[in-house]
Design a protein around this ligand. Structure first.
Ligand SMILES: Nc1nc2c(c(=O)[nH]1)N[C@H]1C(S)=C(S)[C@@H](COP(=O)(O)O)O[C@H]1N2
Ligand SMILES: [Mo]
Length: 314
């Protein structure tokens, strides 16, 4: 059962936790949080110290972005339907037929549902260029020049109603075309809040470096949410639903202790297996500090008022 949005109100969870801890019942807080959202409390030793003030971590303007070479962006990938190694997708994904391709838009929150041809989608909305930082939770990063449309354009075209509280993405899962289809026990699914989906930074990408997306990068259309970890970027999307309940997402379903729904990049909260304080920029030497919200705090910080709430991270 998807979690009701009313149940995951961060303030509510936070206050409930404090009440329990104050009552000497802290141990009960974990199952409660777990039921509510599948996240464990942050233990003090998991917090990276020192934590610079937010203002010191913005850095979007101060650091020029050097795009990662095309060969690297298209040769070092995570796309488990085509294998688990970083070089598997580039080799195996050519069997994926990306044309013709249609995307279903639906859900109880859409007044204008339907099937849309990918060419129609590309033709009816402005194709934009955005050079964004890309950060995988495995602590590596790239800089990718995307082409794509704003997700908000598609949502507006579907005429959202008051039930559109979240957006759910379903990707292709076809054993005929994907050697490792079904690795997650179903299609790869992801979700955003409607506010996140409507944010102007959020894209449906159809290209990289002014070239159509290659299969290994999620052709013909994939999600881009630059302030979130890479697993949110669902590839080869076939269905977009506007829904009332918070969608479950694949990595949360795989491992509720290690992955959440929000998955906002935050150097302060370490993943159990990978530091989030620094990152290895693929193709460069050494490591760089990871920025709060991957450098997009100015644009997205208002959506996450409580910086100490572990709920918002990975
Ligand atoms: N369908 C699908 N989408 C997916 C994945 C996947 O395995 N299957 N991997 C995710 C992860 S973990 C990352 S880091 C990014 C990688 O995108 P890239 O290979 O284009 O850099 O895709 C995401 N989207
Ligand atoms: Mo990832």
């Amino acid at each position: 059962m998807p979690v009701k949005s009313s149940e995951i109100t961060p303030e509510k969870v936070f206050k409930r936790r404090r009440t329990l801890i104050a009552a000497g019942l802290g141990v009960l807080a974990v199952p409660l949080l777990d039921r509510g959202y599948g996240l464990l409390q942050q233990k003090p030793d998991e917090v990276n110290e020192p934590f610079a003030p937010v203002s010191a971590q913005l850095g979007r303007q101060s650091q020029p972005l050097t795009p990662t070479p095309y060969e690297t962006v298209t040769g070092y990938n995570n796309y488990y339907e085509f294998g688990y190694s970083k070089d598997d997708p580039a080799k195996a994904a050519k069997t994926l037929m990306t044309s013709p391709w249609s995307v279903e838009i639906g859900g109880e929150g859409a007044n204008k549902p339907g099937f849309y041809d990918i060419e129609e989608i590309k033709g009816e909305h402005a194709i934009e260029n955005h050079v964004y930082r890309f950060r995988c939770v495995e602590a590596w990063s790239m800089v990718i020049p995307w082409n794509g449309i704003k997700l908000s354009d598609i949502i507006n075209a579907a005429q959202p109603n008051s039930k559109a509280k979240f957006v759910r993405f379903t990707t292709l899962n076809d054993a005929q075309q994907m050697p490792n289809a079904d690795w997650a026990g179903g299609p790869y699914v992801e979700g955003l809040t409607i506010e996140e989906a409507m944010n102007p930074l959020t894209l449906l990408a159809t290209g990289i470096y002014d070239q159509p997306l290659e299969q290994q990068n999620g052709a013909p259309i994939r999600l881009v949410v630059p302030w979130k970890y890479g697993f949110k970027y669902a590839k080869s999307i076939v269905k977009i639903e506007l829904v009332e309940q918070m969608p479950q997402n694949t990595w949360w379903l795989q491992n509720k202790r290690e992955y959440g729904f929000y998955a906002n990049v935050n150097p302060r909260f370490d993943h159990p297996r990978w530091t989030q304080a620094t990152e290895r920029v693929i193709g460069e030497l050494g490591r760089k500090p990871t920025l709060l919200y991957n450098g997009y705090a100015d644009e997205v910080g208002h959506m996450y008022p409580d910086l100490d709430n572990r709920l918002y991270f990975y």
